[in-house]
Design a binder for this molecule. Sequence first.
Ligand SMILES: Cc1cc2nc3c(=O)[nH]c(=O)nc-3n(C[C@H](O)[C@H](O)[C@H](O)COP(=O)(O)O)c2cc1C
Length: 211
Amino acid sequence: MIFYEPGQHKEHGFTHDPFKAFCSPRPIGWIGSVDDQGRTNLAPYSFFNAMASNPPQIVFGTGSRPDGTKKDSQLNIEQTGEFTLSIVAHALKDDMNKSSAALPHGESEFETAGIEGAASRLIKPLRVAKAPIAFECVYKQTIEMESWDPAHKNYMLIGKVIGIHVSEDVIVDGKADVTKWQPVSRLGYFDYATVTEVFEMFRPEGAPGPT
Ligand SMILES: Cc1cc2nc3c(=O)[nH]c(=O)nc-3n(C[C@H](O)[C@H](O)[C@H](O)COP(=O)(O)O)c2cc1C
């Protein structure tokens, strides 16, 4: 077994830090937001996951821009208190990738990447119209995390899901069938994966109570 302390991967022959490859697959939260002037924004975040379900709450992690300022998604969400989170179906992978371009504040990835937005019901930010699933979220909290580089901070944002859009096309016998949309997930390096097969397993108690 190799043992290394974070930051010392090169001493063990790793060309790139494999940490993110080890924490994979990670779902991708495709975050839609607006700034205080109502200008739209869209960007993918793979430091994303659900952290509670009653009520549903999600987190995503963001670094900073190369100049050390906050990324637009964080700026907008902290300003306006709302965001959408669209799920990246396999069919949308190229749009998602295009929307990760670092644009000047106020320029919309919906427009530059040609991604159709759809209105939310309860909040202002747009969701991705073609995403089979999208959450409407209210912002709860930002936690500043440790950073090795004081000029480039790391943050975690927490949001509560207050509305969920789901396409009828992905529902089979009253359940959401993940193979219908094949969510794109982030691995390490430039690698991605998707879900094409599912298996079932019950808890030791035997009670089939899905959480
Ligand atoms: C698949 C994918 C996942 C990403 N995940 C993150 C992430 O978790 N945290 C982060 O800070 N940037 C992440 N990025 C980079 C951001 O999308 C990128 O910095 C983007 O320009 C931020 O946009 P914004 O300033 O409009 O929020 C990711 C990019 C891609 C393509």
